[in-house]
Design a protein around this ligand. Sequence first.
Ligand code: FAD
Ligand code: NAG
Ligand code: NAG
Ligand code: NAG
Ligand code: NAG
Length: 591
Amino acid sequence: MHTLQGLLILTTFIAPGLCAVYQQLSDLRQDEFDFVIAGGGTAGAVLASRLSEVRGFQVLLIEAGPSNEGVLDAEVPLFASRLHNTIYDWNFTTTPQEFANGRIVPYARGHILGGSSSINAMAYTRGSIDDYDRWARVTGDSGWSWNKIFPYFKKHELFMQPTDGRNITGDFDPAVHGFDGMTRISLPNQLQRDFDARFIKAADELGGKFSYNLDMNSGKPLGSAWFPSTAGGGERRSSATSYLTRQIMKRKNLHVLLNTRATRIRQTSKSHSSKSHGPEFDTVETFGNGRGSRTFRATKEVILSAGTVGSPHILLHSGFGNAKELQSVGVKPLVNLPSVGKNLTDHPLLVVDFAADATEPNVLADPTILAEALEQWKTSRTGPLTNTVDNNVIWGRLPADSPFEDPSAGPNSPHWELLPAVNLGNAPEPHLSAFISLVSPASRGTISINSSDPLDSPVIDPAFFTAPVDVASARDGVRNIRTFYAAKAFEGYIKSESPPSAGAESDEELDAFISATFATTWHPTSTVKMSPKGADYGVVDPDLKVKGIQGLRVVDASVMPFVVSAHTQTAVYVIAERAADMIKRDWHERA
Ligand SMILES: Cc1cc2nc3c(=O)[nH]c(=O)nc-3n(C[C@H](O)[C@H](O)[C@H](O)COP(=O)(O)OP(=O)(O)OC[C@H]3O[C@@H](n4cnc5c(N)ncnc54)[C@H](O)[C@@H]3O)c2cc1C
Ligand SMILES: *[C@@H]1O[C@H](CO)[C@@H](O)[C@H](O)[C@H]1NC(C)=O
Ligand SMILES: *[C@@H]1O[C@H](CO)[C@@H](O)[C@H](O)[C@H]1NC(C)=O
Ligand SMILES: *[C@@H]1O[C@H](CO)[C@@H](O)[C@H](O)[C@H]1NC(C)=O
Ligand SMILES: *[C@@H]1O[C@H](CO)[C@@H](O)[C@H](O)[C@H]1NC(C)=O
């Protein structure tokens, strides 16, 4: 860490003016910009990059965490899990979860330039046609439909060959991918001996809902498929590495302020308020590492991109929310928007383990193998460290005769996702894990505050499994991975299911396992929900402007009207890409 900081300070010292990165609040002299973006995460970095394409726009990006430069664990794909509970993680936890008998669930969020895209597991999944068409339907803006969003997938994506050089013809559908976008995407960089072939064989053998799907990013994800990631070229590609490259950072009109928290959004000071339609919010109050607070003013717009936890947190402390709830913690209500922090939606996660004759080396558990693998990664970006946790995926739905009201966006949206991982984790014995993520949940939670100090942590209650259909989806997921692994293709390979799920057969037994072990897939959304213009609920209009006021937009995962039935980063990238276009259009500028 010390070497890294030294290096960064040295860089700033050698190249003043060239480097628009400020390590601390006091380094930045300018107070006024056209755009001030609070949160340099997945969406924030995209916006800063796209808006600074317009030479006439002065853009300030404020990030609470440090730079991503030189952070090895954020570069080596398989090292992702090492970033939890470090300075790159906000280290949040949930409130005691009722369904888990009061257990608290760790709730990682990126605290680093690039945000959660710098610490996530890199799965590249878009969701289904139905997910986006539902957004369009419930917001009254067809611009959010699958067909209208599709060009943004391509604008974001730079699909490339895996680094092992194998021929992937027939493993994906080129028609649905982008080949000259910003973020490098690829199929798994290295095959898993034995397992990957068995996986495809099992899909063919079982057919039906397990049938092989050529490309699950076509908008029709159901079935078994290869699992692409944002580890294109064998290393992590985050919004920071792909949208804030060294070249882009050289722009004179782009300013990136690190290690600084945005604490509140404030109303225009009297001397500036000339507009006639409602109050203007053009000021961002910040706090930097013991250096006190300072405000920055946006002459065009303030954009909040602090994420599903951070954005409602800042809004609540700024007086946006339910008036009574704000008063009860000593915050003065300014804008009556009771939906702020409500409708928190997240994907619960389960792990089922099997003893298996898996021949893949357990890279992370064996120091000798790890040293070799790291050397290989450093010299050629090939080998076992270039992959994320898994190479394959199965997306499936609850049976059609399920007694519950369907919480999914439609027949193309899965309820559960099964992710097989080979020899992952600390257990030295060969084993197969299956991660089960519930991707169309009905449970809704909240982000709230319990003090008037914006530096205090928010209160995070995802209310996991409070909707019974989510428990039914979880049981169905466990039963389906058992069915899949019972295929002939795995005969002699998979030995037995391991504790604690082994032997849990009845609904009651499965529920006990689920309650005792579930975690999160880290996909929270919808706490600053989009709703139609004029709706009596929701926080932002379909153009992502905060309702009832002027000058403030929110652009990040929090605005999703419903969570997509997929890992959420790709949806965030396209939300940010479309938002950048909307903002440029509003200010009559094109890059
Ligand atoms: C551990 C983990 C694994 C995941 N795995 C995957 C995966 O494999 N595939 C996938 O698609 N998705 C995955 N996700 C989810 C995905 O990464 C997120 O949905 C997405 O990155 C969210 O983007 P965002 O812009 O909304 O927020 P973020 O990327 O989290 O950005 C918010 C930024 O705002 C900053 N911030 C917050 N508050 C303040 C403040 N007060 N002042 C200044 N800055 C602030 C944060 O530090 C952060 O940089 C994962 C997430 C995590 C945490
Ligand atoms: C998260 O916890 C780690 C380990 O305790 C700590 O070093 C780090 O500073 C914490 N992160 C933040 C943002 O405070
Ligand atoms: C890859 O395989 C396809 C068909 O299997 C073939 O047409 C193509 O020429 C191969 N590409 C290379 C570079 O070998
Ligand atoms: C939560 O979302 C639903 C569906 O969009 C909406 O009807 C409801 O009003 C929202 N709740 C709040 C408190 O905003
Ligand atoms: C407020 O919530 C935070 C985060 O959940 C918690 O750590 C803290 O103890 C709570 N404080 C009070 C006074 O309830």
